[in-house]
Design a binder for this molecule. Structure first.
Ligand code: G6P
Ligand code: MG
Length: 221
């Protein structure tokens, strides 16, 4: 039986995935590299430094030293912080407040498994700092998504086995991590899948319904 829910943050709890994209797009533009939303799918769930490496790989003739890279990482984050400066509880995605409430009423424990170093700031702005039993610190990880470590740690932090939790993700890297952790996965708004297939797919957070998710998972067993 399911006793815990593990959530990605950006693009699942709030629409910060779009703001990450806009901030990266400005960096890429400045380097003469054009990225669009479809290309951006590969950056979702990926750490800040790895995201920059993927962008730079689009311009193989461009060689940057460590200081140049650090400057771009700082610029991206400064712009991102501007873009999230005004978020409030009104920016929690549709259906999420109801889902969190239903989970709480049902006695589910809840954790955040986000690669973002900005997760605590965002949760505070959304008024959700006390909603989750655990927020995994990405700096304490050895491996990034798609490795399952962050989801394994989240289950552990909740005192549960991975198969007693459900993972919610909007990224391919995240779905892979959840499945490799042995956790049922709910995919939100992911256009196409590769090797790792979620247990449940929805187009948007407003379609999330905890009772329906529980019964769909029970039917799969
Ligand atoms: C999440 C997002 C990525 C973002 C990463 C690092 O995984 O999906 O788009 O790049 O976190 O976020 P940060 O706030 O630390 O730059
Ligand atoms: Mg995400």
């Amino acid at each position: 039986t399911i006793k815990g829910l593990v959530f990605d943050l950006d693009g699942v709890i709030t629409d910060t995935a779009e703001r990450h994209f806009l901030a990266w797009q400005r960096i890429a533009d400045g380097l003469g590299i054009s990225i669009d939303r479809e290309w951006n799918e590969r950056l979702k769930g990926i750490s800040r430094t790895e995201s920059l490496e993927l962008i730079l790989a689009e311009a193989p003739t461009l060689i940057l030293d460590a200081a140049g890279k650090t400057q771009l990482l700082d610029e991206k984050n400064a712009h991102y912080l501007e873009l999230i400066a005004e978020i409030t509880a009104a920016d929690i995605l549709p259906g999420i407040p109801e889902l969190l409430e239903a989970a709480k009423e049902g006695g589910c424990r809840m954790a955040i498994a986000s690669a973002s170093k900005n997760a605590p700031i965002i949760l505070a702005r959304l008024g959700l700092s006390d909603t989750f039993d655990s927020v995994i610190d990405p700096d304490a990880l050895t491996h990034n998504k798609p490795h399952p470590e962050i989801f394994e740690k989240a289950a552990q932090a909740l005192g549960l086995r991975a198969d007693e939790c459900i993972g919610f993700e909007d990224s391919l890297a995240g779905i892979e991590g959840i499945k490799r952790a042995g956790m049922p996965a709910v995919a939100i708004g992911i256009p196409t899948f590769g090797q790792w297939i979620p247990d449940i797919e929805v187009d948007a957070t407003r379609e999330l319904d905890l009772k329906k998710i529980f019964s769909q998972l029970a039917m799969k067993e």
